[in-house]
Design a binder for this molecule. Structure first.
Ligand code: NAD
Ligand code: MLT
Length: 311
């Protein structure tokens, strides 16, 4: 028998993949405290999470039976990969299933930011008919700088071209030839900081990308730049972003992720120029089905002896 702990909510279609197997038990407990997780993890062969559960070294060190950790989503920054590797535990993610949703959310945030839709909506709901205050700017002919042209960054690039934006991207793996094929401009990080009207980040959170958008980076940007982060909190230095908005260097920011989540009382949320969602980039029916099915297939394959697709 293989015992699988599902510690964050994942879609029913994924759970079905697990439950259809005869030699598998599924424990679906999505409200365990960190202590409870530590105390119970030694009973399980596999652990399934999204981003809420932090799979820390103390959890992994107690996981004497654990063979695989499945992440229903892309980012594995909530899992201590070094500790898992030391313990011989495979970590798999589901890299493709939420790409479209995250790209759509990025575009929705960029458009909402440009037209101040959330602010105007709240104002109207509060009984004000204020057409003067909420004058926006068009995306057409503006330059979008994409930092990180992987799966999501690429989809954002194609969508932004559909909005008639000039798209420029920086990614260590992007070549001038590839950029030309895509009909976008190849840039360095400096080029993007200096030329973009909108900057959106789509890198993983790594030690190299932590605070890559910091006070120095903001200082190089155009006045009135718009910032979008639907990737990971921590890529942008939040203090520097706050100061840059207050100093009117940055016209506005759209934020789906912050360094500490869940976030409620963050100072950025007090600024009228900031619009925010509570880490909803991948929260669509389709994306949640896709990632849950993909990761559950991988977990089952690994437990039953096949190689997982995304270790
Ligand atoms: P990906 O691996 O396909 O792309 C990441 C890209 O970043 C790669 O092309 C890589 O070369 C590039 N990169 C790495 N270091 C860089 C650096 N220093 N400078 C510039 N580029 C760099 O990943 P993806 O699927 O496109 O996901 C991107 C990010 O979005 C991840 O952080 C992921 O966790 C996050 N994400 C968030 C949501 C959400 O709900 N908000 C949903 C899905 C993914
Ligand atoms: C991801 O990395 O896939 C996203 O942050 C989405 C999620 O965790 O649900």
């Amino acid at each position: 028998m293989f015992h699988i702990l599902v510690a964050d909510p994942i879609s029913k279609e994924g759970l079905d993949v697990l439950q259809q197997k005869p030699n598998v038990t599924v424990t679906d407990e999505t409200n365990l405290s960190p202590d409870e997780l530590e105390n119970r993890i030694n009973q399980f062969d596999a652990l399934l999470v999204r981003s809420q559960t932090k799979v820390t070294r103390p959890v992994i060190e107690k996981a004497s039976q654990l063979k695989i950790i499945g992440r229903a989503g892309v980012g594995v920054d909530n899992i201590d990969l070094d500790a898992a590797t030391e313990q011989g535990i495979i970590v798999v993610n589901a890299p493709n299933g939420n790409t479209n949703s995250a790209a759509e959310h990025t575009m929705a945030m960029m458009m909402a930011l440009s037209r101040q839709i959330p602010q105007a909506h709240v104002s109207l709901k509060n009984g004000k008919w204020d057409r003067k205050k909420y004058v926006g700017v068009e995306l057409k002919n503006k330059t979008l700088g994409i930092i990180g042209l992987g799966r999501i960054g690429t989809e954002v690039a194609y969508r932004a071209k559909g909005q008639h934006m000039n798209v420029m991207a920086y990614d260590p793996f992007l070549t001038e030839e590839k950029a030309e094929q895509m009909g976008i401009e190849y840039g360095t990080l400096e080029d993007i900081l200096q030329k973009a009207d909108y900057i959106t980040v789509h890198t993983p959170l790594l030690k190299e990308t932590r605070h890559m958008i910091n006070a120095d980076a903001f200082a190089k940007m155009k006045d009135g730049v718009h910032i979008i982060n639907c990737a990971r909190g921590g890529i942008i230095d939040e203090e520097a972003l706050y100061n840059s908005i207050v100093n009117e260097k940055v016209a506005g920011a759209a934020i789906d992720v912050l360094e500490e989540e869940p976030f409620q009382d963050h100072q950025l949320l007090e600024l009228p120029q900031v619009i925010a969602t509570p880490h909803l980039g991948a929260s669509t029916v389709e994306a949640q089905e896709n990632v849950a099915i993909d990761v559950c297939h991988d977990v089952i394959s690994h437990l039953t002896g096949d190689m997982a697709k995304n270790p």
